[in-house]
Design a protein around this ligand. Structure first.
Ligand SMILES: Cc1cc2nc3c(=O)[nH]c(=O)nc-3n(C[C@H](O)[C@H](O)[C@H](O)COP(=O)(O)OP(=O)(O)OC[C@H]3O[C@@H](n4cnc5c(N)ncnc54)[C@H](O)[C@@H]3O)c2cc1C
Length: 430
């Protein structure tokens, strides 16, 4: 039996713990917050039946690692699948864009060659599995060549700018775009009670199996110690045979300065964006048409990237009949939104609500909550596969599984589960 610590009770840390405890080890998870779930965790008002995520979340029905996990935990009956509507902007209006017929009817590409090129590129990316050569070229170059300037600038460039910002958007590699288009589904899933309810159920099952989860406890430092790993927690040291870290690369570099220089350099060279998300409870439905996800083009003056009306996906009855919307954006750390107050952000965002529903009035707002994360979206540059730090670090017994090592897939809870279980397999093989 090995004595193992996991740093972080996000979906990754919890999943690794499952495999490590099942193999008969002594497993402790240290979590800085007072609840499991990490970036996918949620919050709840006293009069809500269900929680909502701090940052909007759903699963795709193609999220194999997640669905296998539900099955393994006996929780499939709590998974809810729906097909809510996603829309794209064109000349002041929003049009559905989540199925082949909807894409055909979308007016933004006209009816000629552009629509044909858009369709052919979409079908090719959906069918091919040959993503590796695509990482040597940017989305910008690949799409301009194969989909054409009009299609790229109308459809993909605004999404890339929204997701990665002006600085990085033209450097993102095409394998990342392939992965998004290859694997995503229009059917989306969530969990009865929200993602937090799943994290709570998962944590409870792990505790029943013997995993110790220590909340409100931040690990400060990690160092090698005679072939084992030493953690410092609130000034005290503890020794483990193996440790799995699931925090950001920059955090790991700060916690373990004794890592070999080349590995530290790899960690620190990785780039990412943060996220600022405002959750708003409204008295009335915002989208008259019942749309779930609005892709908003910043060049048209929208001050954030996505407006998500959660209660057009899950029934408002679970939230005391309040209508829940998210205003979300990915931003470089240091962007002014990280410093604006909740009220200042609301004043910036509210004019967009009126553009979506002209009847909207400020007195529709019941409450707001703002959530900010510095580490939200890794940036995959050209040939990113060569820049990914290994799961097995140069410190014997120390392993690392983070969003930045998920590739070519876009990060998500499904891939947090997948990479953490891969890490657990490596740990068990030692
Ligand atoms: C805006 C936004 C939208 C998203 N939408 C989706 C979506 O729709 N679907 C989806 O599947 N995924 C989505 N994701 C991604 C998803 O949230 C992540 O991929 C996933 O939660 C990562 O899990 P993780 O376990 O790797 O890391 P995390 O969830 O980041 O977990 C790391 C944990 O470590 C803890 N920790 C940090 N430092 C310490 C320390 N020193 N000591 C102890 N504990 C520490 C943290 O508190 C945290 O709980 C979204 C993310 C964002 C930001």
């Amino acid at each position: 039996m090995k004595k193992i610590a996991i740093i972080g009770a996000g979906f990754g840390g919890l999943s690794a713990a499952l495999d490590l405890i099942k193999a008969g080890n002594d497993v402790t998870i240290f979590e800085g917050l007072d609840h499991p779930g990490g970036l996918a965790s949620g919050f709840k008002q006293a009069d809500w039946e269900w929680s909502v995520e701090k940052f909007y979340h759903h699963w795709f029905t193609s999220d194999r690692s997640m669905f296998d996990l539900f099955d393994e935990l006996g929780l499939c009956s709590k998974v809810i699948i729906r097909t809510p509507k996603t829309v794209m902007y064109y000349k002041g209006k929003f049009f559905p864009f989540d199925s082949i017929p909807a894409a055909i009817l979308y007016p933004g590409l006209g009816w000629g060659i552009n629509k044909i090129r858009f369709g052919l590129v979409g079908v090719y990316l959906r069918l091919t599995n040959n993503w590796k050569p695509m990482e040597a070229t940017t989305v910008d170059a690949w799409m301009r060549k194969w989909a054409g300037k009009k299609v790229y600038e109308e459809m993909w460039e605004p999404m890339l700018i929204g997701k990665f910002g002006e600085r990085f958007s033209h450097q993102v590699n095409m394998a990342w775009m392939w992965a998004r288009m290859h694997a995503r589904t229009t059917s989306l899933a969530t969990y009865e009670g929200g993602f937090q309810a799943f994290a709570d159920d998962f944590a409870r099952i792990l505790q029943e199996k013997g995993v110790k989860i220590v909340y409100n406890t931040k690990v400060d430092t990690i160092a090698a110690k005679d072939g084992q790993v030493q953690l410092t927690i609130a000034g005290k040291t503890e020794i483990y045979d193996q440790v799995l870290v699931t925090v950001s690369p920059a955090q790991l570099a700060g916690m373990a300065p004794g890592l070999r220089a080349d590995y530290l350099k790899e960690l620190l060279n990785l780039q990412n964006l943060g996220a600022v998300v405002m959750v708003v409870s409204l008295k009335h439905q915002l989208s008259r048409e019942g749309y779930y996800w609005y892709n908003l083009p910043k060049k048209e003056g929208y001050p954030f990237l996505a407006l998500v009306e959660h209660t057009n996906f899950m029934d408002k009855v679970h939230y005391n009949n309040e209508h829940i919307i998210y205003c979300g954006d990915y931003l470089e750390n240091g962007h002014e939104y990280f410093n604006l107050s909740e009220e200042e952000l609301l004043q910036r965002f509210m004019p967009s609500f009126k553009r979506i529903n002209p009847d909207f009035e400020p007195d529709w707002v019941n409450h707001t909550w703002v959530f900010k994360a510095n580490y939200a979206q890794p940036v995959p540059f050209l040939n990113h596969s060569k820049n990914i730090p290994a799961i097995e670090t140069p410190i014997p017994g120390l392993y690392f599984a983070s969003m930045s090592q998920v590739y070519p897939w876009d990060r998500g809870t499904n891939f947090a589960v997948e990479i953490a279980r891969r890490a657990a397999k490596l740990m068990l093989a030692r």
